[in-house]
Each structure stands twice: as structure tokens, then as C-alpha cells.
Design a binder for this molecule. Sequence first.
Ligand SMILES: [Zn+2]
Length: 222
Amino acid sequence: MRKCLYCKIKVGGDLVKCPICQSKLVGEPEEAYFPKPTDGQRRSLYYKIQLYCVWVTLIAGLSVDFLFNVKLPWYPDLHWSLLLSMWLVAFEFLIMRQFKPGTGSARKVTSMVFITLFMLVITSRFLGFFDFTVYWIVPIALIGDIIANFVLAMIDKQGNTMSYLLTNLLVGVVPYIFIYFLGKGTNIAWIICTIVSVILFIGAVIFKGRTVLNEIQRRFNV
Ligand SMILES: [Zn+2]
């Protein structure tokens, strides 16, 4: 029988983490209570259908672009199917992440926003709206992400509040420093993004400070 040192409970079966606090269990495992799902059971029919559609679109795009030489009207030299493929692969990666167990909502939301923005920056580079993307779309999307993380930190009782907070500060402040040192100058959208990040971080520390402190104590055993 395994034990959780923090919740002072005994846990049967072969669980690795405490079902209440997610800390690592100690002691000898017993025979498993639940059967392990096979790969085929985990991935439903819908997952397979969308995966198939993604592959068909990808191959069709590459064929039309490279074999039939059909280009976009304003970009006669652009291999658009490569951009399309990049988006499809990213989309598939995000779908896989959503199904991955043990990933918190903050990480799901933030990784989705980051990957989408990264794709958008690359795409805009080729299609010629790079500056607009970097100075407006990216900071506005990050503001949305920061607010979403803040709300999640406030309502999510099970979640890891620390990861919400750190993600927020990271998202709001690091890009600002990066742009600042690139010497390109910031604009109003980036400034607002950083301010929102700092204000909400302070708010979270004030409202959720105790939770964060408990979390640090539990995780680092101090
Ligand atoms: Zn526990």
C-alpha cells in the first residue's frame, strides 16, 4: 500500500501520484486496480478522422503547389503549400497536447497561443504583414492569454497557481525586454501588454499568495 506524506492517506493500487494533491506517493505499489488503456482505446474515431483529413489536405496542398504549379495570385514565387503544411503540423501538435494527460489548463492555453503566434509571425514574414503582426496581433493575443491565465488562477481550485503566475509574468515581461534590446522600440500595444501582466501578477500574489506559498512548501518540502 502506498502513502501520501502530505495528505496522510493510504492509496491502494499502483498509482504514482496522490489522487488528492498530486504529490509523489511513497511505499510499495500493489497490483493495479484499473486496466491500462491501450493506444487504440485512447485515440477515438474522431481523432483518426481529423488526422486523416489533415494528411489529405497536406498532400493535396503540396501536389497542387509543386506538381500543378498553382500559386497564390499576389505571390507568384511563394511555395504556399509549405506554409500550409507548417500550420497543419502545428494544428496536429496542439490537438495531441489537448489529449495529453497531466497538462494544466494554463499550459494548454499558453502553448496554444504561443504556437499560433509563432506560426503567424513566420507566415506574415512571407506574406508581408510582419510589422503588423509583431506590433499589434502578438501583444493583443498575449494580453488575452494573460487575462485568461489570471481568471484560471482565480477559479481553478485544483490547478497549479504558481505555473499560472509565472507564465503570466513571463509572457508579459520577457517579450518586452526582448524587443527593447533589439532596439526596435515598442508601441502602445506592447506597453499595455506589459502593464496588464504586472498588474495581474500583483493581483494574483495578493489574492492567491497563500496558495502559492503552500504550493512552494509542498513541492520543495520546506
Ligand atoms: Zn496527497
